[in-house]
Design a protein around this ligand. Sequence first.
Ligand SMILES: Cc1cc2nc3c(=O)[nH]c(=O)nc-3n(C[C@H](O)[C@H](O)[C@H](O)COP(=O)(O)OP(=O)(O)OC[C@H]3O[C@@H](n4cnc5c(N)ncnc54)[C@H](O)[C@@H]3O)c2cc1C
Length: 298
Amino acid sequence: MAGEATLTNNDIDSDHQTQHNGSAERSTTHTGIKVLIVGAAFGGLCAAIECRRQGHDVEIYESFKELKVLGDIISFGANASRTFRRWFIPGTAERISDRLDPLSIKLQSYGFNIHKYDGELVMNQKSPPPDPEVPVFNGHRGEFHSVVYNYVRDDLHIPIHLGCRISKYFETESGAGIFLDSGEKVTADVVIGADGDPETRRFCENGDTFNGWIGPDVRFLFSTIKNGSDCCWVLTHVDDADIEESWSFPGKLEDVYKVFEGWDQLCKRIVSKTPEDKLVDWKLVYRDPLPKWVSDGG
Ligand SMILES: Cc1cc2nc3c(=O)[nH]c(=O)nc-3n(C[C@H](O)[C@H](O)[C@H](O)COP(=O)(O)OP(=O)(O)OC[C@H]3O[C@@H](n4cnc5c(N)ncnc54)[C@H](O)[C@@H]3O)c2cc1C
């Protein structure tokens, strides 16, 4: 438990400061407040960045053992992207948004082609012209996650403890803490649970493209990104299986082909290029919402 590896307060931008050649003066001072964050996905990482900006000592605990580039497409609309634009690489004029933008799908020229499941093109929806002040990021969730993760770890030097599953949270009159699966107890002034929730849990030649097919009980989205050098797809379909802990399983192409019977042949041709060991069957399941977001002690 370090807690003292704090960056200087000059390192990070704040909303109320001016930028001079990328360096940032910050109004907040070191508070001495120790914050533990459970979960190193977007929620936990972004909470850690803001805690650091406010002058707190912050550390992250995460159950995964190593960072993997996981997920398919994720979209950050204007509200979230404005926040990414406010966060600078310490000592530079570079923003996190400058790192997310080259990874983002640009569909101003191609648009989004929406097909009926038999292949008929229903409509082409163009993206609005980009606004540099309010960028919108659509791209590979895993790559975006790596950008934010690396910023927290390498630029802000916030400790991220991997392979640490938290089994229990607790709070006392004067503080709060966590118990790791190993039995280790860690205390702090504040604990933020950002451990998600099970519920949450010839294209390439055209550069960036985005196509969707809509059929009975099935939706198929396919995108090429980074000027057509990468691609990804996602298929949602009826699935009555439940899950307990893990919510991802190896996927099988033969299961996908069954869903595509009677569909536009192009869909099968696209998925047939997928290396089967990269195919993941993600479960999307409903869970009761949390009754409250803040602990009894506040
Ligand atoms: C692997 C993965 C892939 C995803 N892919 C997509 C996608 O392609 N498109 C999309 O729109 N959304 C995707 N999502 C969902 C989306 O990223 C998140 O739901 C959303 O951003 C909310 O983020 P979060 O940080 O609140 O929670 P989550 O993203 O759910 O992250 C929670 C984190 O907490 C960790 N954690 C959970 N329990 C514990 C514990 N007991 N101890 C320690 N650590 C714990 C998890 O390992 C995880 O890293 C994905 C989420 C994950 C985890």
